[in-house]
Structures are given as structure tokens and as C-alpha cells.
Design a protein around this ligand. Structure first.
Ligand SMILES: Nc1ncnc2c1ncn2[C@@H]1O[C@H](COP(=O)(O)OP(=O)(O)O)[C@@H](O)[C@H]1O
Ligand SMILES: [Mg+2]
Length: 392
């Protein structure tokens, strides 16, 4: 096994005055995580800049941090794919500091689970009973190069992006999403297998109607908050118009929640044959879409240039971070992979200033150290080379 690579915290990082307290990863230990046999990083709140050549392990490190949030991480990889080739089962441990104190998170692939594709999760050494416990204490948002086409590609990516943001506002959203998807999968299986037990189908449709309407309501509320913040955002990032398009969301706009549940239940009941024959559940929040528009040009986001689309995404994430900082008394952790690549010098500089003003712990990764020069005296620079970390 490679020796531990310890990066001690050396000097206090200068922070702008009057910042909102942030949730911050204070310590991170990776074991058999992709290229990393074992790596340790001790870091203070502030901006962390990861630099190194292609393939060095920058995105892998951000991916590890993304597993401090529920779900499949920022690459949505199979968990077994992450085990270091020729090594053991991956795990990671972290100490997170937030305004309420410090807590430890341990997670990794549970190789003993039936599929081998589940994650175990411990908080302060004890198995976490629900992910909500974690979500209430830490929110994480990320932007990766894979999201450059978020607005141009399929709606599923935008829904995932949106649902993560909604979870920041409403930690219960995540478990409702899982419950909805479980019931939908189970209903599809019954229909496919020709199981016609009406009470079983009815019970599943009941769960879908209840959780589905709650999901749609949470999305509507969050999008309204975000749209407000995105429309009035200062600085050189574009103002973004946001809206959500979906049948259940539209019902909620036109009738009380109980009536929307009733309408959704009815639609599910009536579309059993179609859903069975098409293999697609026709109606529900799993088909909704997040619509975005560049308010400066009036163009829909999917038709803006790649650089503009990136700027729109950054604007949304900055607005989200500001709102979370205000609502939850702690800014979220931001993972920004290769975001500087598409930005001109003015926007790059504005982004750095916005991040510092936000006070969020922000992890920036890029190949070109020169792009981060401006952050020299404000950030902790970490060089990543062949899955080894060193302070620079
Ligand atoms: N399971 C794994 N075991 C060992 N190495 C891996 C594994 N998964 C990915 N890698 C290696 O990680 C490297 C990519 O790291 P990445 O973090 O994406 O680089 P970058 O610094 O460019 O962001 C590749 O060289 C790849 O071979
Ligand atoms: Mg990368």
C-alpha cells in the first residue's frame, strides 16, 4: 500500500469579512478510490484549487467529495467501477465542519450487499438511518464538463440537476424521489408481468400520487426561489429565466394539492394499458423538465453558445449557493470541475470574486495553474499528479 499522503493545514486562509459561515470538508481520506490507493487531505474552509495534467486524478477527487451527498456521485458511475483496479473495495472518510460543529462521514461500496452496488453510510461512526440526516447538515452542488450540454441534451439530466438543488432547499425531497421511483418501477413490473391485482396496483398508484405531487410542489417552490435570485443576479453572469414544465406541476398551478393528487391517481389508473404497452409511465413528475432562458438575449438555454450555456449554469449554481447560505445559515460546498476553461478573463475574475464573497468552500479543478493566479493568496493550491496530492 502506498504511504499516507498527508497534507497538513499550514496557514490560515484569508477570508473576506462578513462571510456567511460555510459547511466545509475539513479532512478527507480516500482508500482504493479509482487511482488513489490511499490519500489524505486536510484543508481549511476556503477555496481549494486542484491542478494537474489530464488523467492525474482531479475529477476523481471531486467525485469522492460528491459521495458526501446521497446518490451516485458526480459521474453517476457504477460503484464497482470506482474500486481501484488491482486494489480493494473503495471507501472514504471525511470530517465536515459546519456552524453547528464537526461531524464525521464514512461511506463506500458495500460489497456484501446483494447487488454489490449499494453504499454504506455512517455518521459519527453510527450507521445513518436515513440520508436526510446527512442532507440536513451538508449540501453540495457541482458543475462538471459532462454538464456542458445539460440544456441541449435529454430532460433527465436537467431533472437530476434540479432535484439536487431542490434537495438543498428541502432535504425530504430526496427520499420522496426515491419512494416515487420505487413505486413507479414496481407498478411497471406488475403491468409488464400481467399482474392485475387491483389493490396492489392501486396502493402503488396511491404512493406515486402522494409523493409525485409533493415532488412537483417542492420543485415549483424551489424554482420560484431560484428564478427570483437568477433574474436579479448582479455581475457579468447572465440573468437566467427559469420555469418548470410538467403535467403534475401544471395541475398544481391550477388546483389545490389534494385535487392534483386525485387527478394524478386518475391518470395513472386510466393509463395502465398504455403504460404497459409502451413500457413508459406516461404521466408524472419523472417526465417534467427544467426550462431555462438567457434573459439578456431572450434565447432558450439549449440554443445559446457553449460558453453562454456554461455561464448560465454558473449563474444558477451561484444563485442557489446564495439562497442556501441565507436559508440554512451555511453556504453549500461547491465542486467546480474545469469551469474556468470556457470563461473569458472578466468572467473568470468575477467568478472568483463571487465565490470569495459567498464564503462557500469551493473546490476548483483545472489543468492550467495560470488561470487561477488571481487566487494565489486566497486559496489552498493542491497539485495532483498520478493520484498523489501535494501542496504547492
Ligand atoms: N477504478 C480505477 N482504478 C484505477 N484507476 C482509475 C480507475 N478509474 C479511473 N482511473 C484512472 O483515473 C484517471 C482519470 O482521472 P481523472 O480524475 O478523471 O483525471 P483528471 O485529473 O484529468 O480530472 C485515468 O487515468 C483512469 O485510468
Ligand atoms: Mg477531470
Amino acid at each position: 500500500m502506498a504511504p499516507d499522503r498527508v497534507i497538513p493545514f499550514t496557514k490560515p486562509l484569508p477570508q473576506p469579512a462578513d462571510i456567511t459561515p460555510a459547511a466545509a470538508v475539513a479532512r478527507l481520506v480516500l482508500t482504493d478510490f479509482r487511482g488513489y490507493a490511499r490519500a489524505r487531505l486536510t484543508i481549511d474552509a476556503g477555496v481549494v484549487v486542484l491542478t494537474g495534467p489530464n488523467g492525474a486524478g482531479k475529477t476523481n477527487l471531486l467525485e469522492a467529495i460528491s459521495f458526501l451527498a446521497p446518490g451516485k456521485g458526480l459521474r453517476r458511475a457504477r460503484l464497482s467501477e470506482i474500486d481501484r483496479r488491482g486494489g480493494g473495495v473503495w471507501a472514504l472518510a471525511a470530517t465536515v465542519a459546519n456552524p453547528a460543529g464537526e461531524f464525521d462521514i464514512g461511506t463506500g461500496r458495500d460489497a456484501a450487499s446483494e447487488s454489490g452496488e449499494r453504499r454504506h453510510l455512517r455518521i459519527d461512526g453510527a450507521p445513518a438511518k436515513s440520508q436526510r440526516n446527512l442532507l440536513e447538515r451538508l449540501s453540495i452542488a457541482w458543475l462538471t464538463p459532462a454538464m456542458d450540454r445539460l440544456f441541449a441534451d435529454a430532460a433527465s439530466g436537467r431533472r437530476r440537476f434540479l432535484d439536487r438543488l431542490v434537495t438543498g432547499f428541502d432535504p425530504g425531497h430526496w427520499s420522496r424521489l426515491l419512494a416515487y421511483e420505487r413505486a413507479m418501477r414496481e407498478r411497471a413490473r406488475l403491468l409488464r408481468e400481467g399482474v392485475t391485482d387491483p389493490s396492489w396496483l392501486k396502493a402503488l398508484e396511491e404512493v406515486m400520487a402522494e409523493t409525485g405531487v409533493a415532488l412537483a410542489a417542492a420543485r415549483l417552490e424551489s424554482v420560484a426561489h431560484l428564478a427570483g435570485a437568477c433574474a436579479e443576479a448582479p455581475g457579468p453572469f447572465p440573468r437566467v429565466g427559469l420555469a418548470i414544465e410538467g403535467t403534475v406541476e401544471a395541475w398544481l398551478g391550477a388546483m389545490p394539492a389534494l385535487a392534483a393528487e386525485e387527478a394524478f391517481r386518475g391518470a395513472l389508473h386510466d393509463s395502465r394499458a398504455i403504460d404497459r404497452d409502451s413500457g413508459v409511465t406516461q404521466t408524472g413528475p419523472h417526465r417534467s423538465d427544467l426550462l431555462a432562458r438567457h434573459l439578456g438575449t431572450g434565447e432558450v438555454a439549449g440554443l445559446c453558445s457553449t460558453g453562454e450555456q456554461k455561464a448560465l449554469l454558473i449563474a444558477i449554481v451561484l444563485a442557489y449557493a446564495r439562497l442556501i447560505a441565507a436559508r440554512r445559515d451555511a453556504a453549500p460546498v461547491l465542486l467546480l470541475d474545469e469551469v474556468t476553461a470556457h470563461l473569458d478573463a472578466a468572467r473568470r475574475s468575477a467568478l472568483f470574486q463571487a465565490l470569495r464573497a459567498l464564503g462557500a468552500q469551493c473546490w476548483l479543478a483545472g489543468t492550467d495553474t495560470a488561470l487561477f493566479t488571481e487566487l494565489r493568496s486566497h486559496a489552498q493550491f493542491v497539485a495532483v499528479t498520478d493520484a498523489a496530492l501535494s501542496l504547492v
